[in-house]
Design a protein around this ligand. Structure first.
Ligand code: GUN
Ligand code: FE
Length: 461
């Protein structure tokens, strides 16, 4: 795993981290890189991974800017949250008593509308980005709001704080579905505002490395006119941006699209040119087998939001079936439909809900009729989806430790009394990994890096 050219090219050497690293480049296997030195270029790319017995290791360790993880600290890839509604953060843990279509108009649109006040937006978006970074979320795919200027502000905050982020102005222009004080005035205006946000992010003076990217973001088909969907599909083809929307989330949302277009949500999005290699569809619970094949063919991804689905989706996403049909899948918190912003929790809920789908939930049914066999996923698979899987869905070099990947990572201190991990002398790396995933709290997250730069926690000694 050594890249000898990096050893010779000293100009590429900026810094290195020495420690034990856990990652899951594939869904099947946890890999442990014990006592390795990861060399990171000035722009944050991993240029070499040097094992403990490499002949040049001792010489390399004399270089400046080497962070050595203390015993009991382990490094994981940063989490990739594929679905966050940034403006809904103040509502986290609240408003979970209504179905989706009521929740939107009763609670969520009124909250999001307030972000047109940029002082209101600045305070809440700043807190969100700080909190997500401190929780180990190094990449977030954000829905902002319908408001153009507040969306630019969210992108500015991510750029300033060093989070890797994809930010979309939400398009919602159908007067029949959206409140008068919170909607795009017309499809033309919605597309013009989307373009303005794309230009703002792409030309931002502090975003030359494109760590923050723009996203074309029709909220979901029920809130958009055909003209807006058509225009956004054309814009996606023109600018090559990422695309995000909600797809087949609940019985109601899925049924709305079937009734309006006589086809499934995924097929309708495809007809508008909205299924691309850079598309991420949130939820997608009611995908048919044909829809899954269509997504696999387009190389579009799904943001699986296991916790939110418990509250709003009327079902469990058939994750294993989607993976087996070749669909790219990552995990999302869906703040605030999902009442936790932690991607550690997203991993656990993914495992738990997959097991409930496998076993079934109605004790009145005989065991053999209760569930859908072949549905359960392992903790390692969930962790893969939360890291490398998210990177693949976004087509970004993140989520695992390999040459050419970006060094987006977090150091977990398993020894702090303030944290949630108690190892009692465990030494088996697979067991330590499980303890970390189940127990880590914010107090355990010692250092967070994006592109090799410390963006939260302590700079390592
Ligand atoms: N569908 C349309 N908008 C939303 C939203 O804000 N959250 C969720 N969970 N589903 C949606
Ligand atoms: Fe959502």
């Amino acid at each position: 795993m050594t890249n000898p050219s990096a050893l010779q090219d000293q100009s590429a050497f900026e810094r290195a981290v020495i420690g034990t690293f856990f990652h899951a480049p594939t869904p099947q296997k946890l890999e442990v890189l014990a006592d390795v030195m990861i060399v990171i270029s000035p722009v944050g790319e991993i240029t070499a991974i040097i094992g403990p017995d490499h002949p040049d290791r001792l010489a390399m360790e004399t270089k400046p800017d080497i962070a050595r993880m203390p015993p009991g600290t382990y490094v994981l890839p940063g989490m990739v949250d594929l679905h966050v509604h940034a403006p809904q953060y103040p509502q986290l843990g609240l408003a979970l008593d209504e179905p989706l279509e009521v929740w939107l108009t009763k609670y969520t649109f009124p909250l999001e509308a307030q972000y047109a006040d940029l002082a209101f937006a600045n305070e809440r978006y700043t807190t969100l980005v700080d909190d997500l970074l401190a929780s180990g979320t190094t990449t977030a795919l954000y829905f902002a709001t319908q408001d153009r200027e507040a969306t630019k502000l969210l992108a500015d905050i991510c750029i300033a704080k060093g989070q890797r982020a994809l930010v979309g102005k939400v398009v919602m222009d159908d007067p029949a579905a959206c409140p008068e004080n919170y909607r795009d005035e017309s499809p033309v205006e919605a597309i013009a505002d989307t373009r303005a946000v794309i230009d703002h992010i792409r030309s931002h003076k502090d975003n030359a490395g494109a760590r923050v990217l723009p996203v074309i973001t029709p909220r979901f088909i029920p809130s958009c006119t055909d003209e807006a969907l058509q225009g956004l599909g054309a814009l996606a083809a023109e600018c090559g941006c990422h695309v995000q929307t909600h797809c087949s989330e609940s019985d109601w949302a899925h049924g709305h699209v079937l009734e309006r277009f006589g086809m499934t949500d995924a097929a309708a999005l495809d007809s508008f040119g909205l299924l691309t290699r850079h598309t991420v569809l949130a939820h997608s619970n009611f995908l048919t087998a044909d829809d899954m094949d269509r997504l696999a063919q387009r190389a579009s991804g799904v943001a699986h939001c296991a916790l939110s689905n418990i509250y709003f989706a009327n079902s469990v996403f058939p994750l294993r079936a989607a993976l087996e049909r070749g669909v790219h899948v990552g995990l999302g918190t869906d703040v605030s439909g999902g009442p936790s912003s932690s991607m550690f929790n997203a991993c656990l809920t993914t495992v738990q809900s997959s097991r409930m789908l496998e076993e079934g939930v109605d004790p009145a049914l005989p065991a053999e009729q209760r569930g859908r066999k072949g549905s359960a996923v392992s903790l390692v698979t969930a962790f893969h989806l939360a890291t490398a899987g998210g990177g693949i869905a976004l087509d970004l070099p993140i989520g695992s430790f390999a040459i050419g990947q970006r060094f987006d990572a977090m150091a977990i201190d398993t020894t702090t009394n303030e944290g949630g991990i108690r190892l009692f002398g465990l030494s088996d790396p697979a067991a330590i990994f499980e303890k970390i995933l189940y127990g880590a709290t914010r107090a355990n997250i010692e250092t967070v890096w994006v592109d090799g730069r410390v963006v939260a926690g302590q700079a390592p000694a």
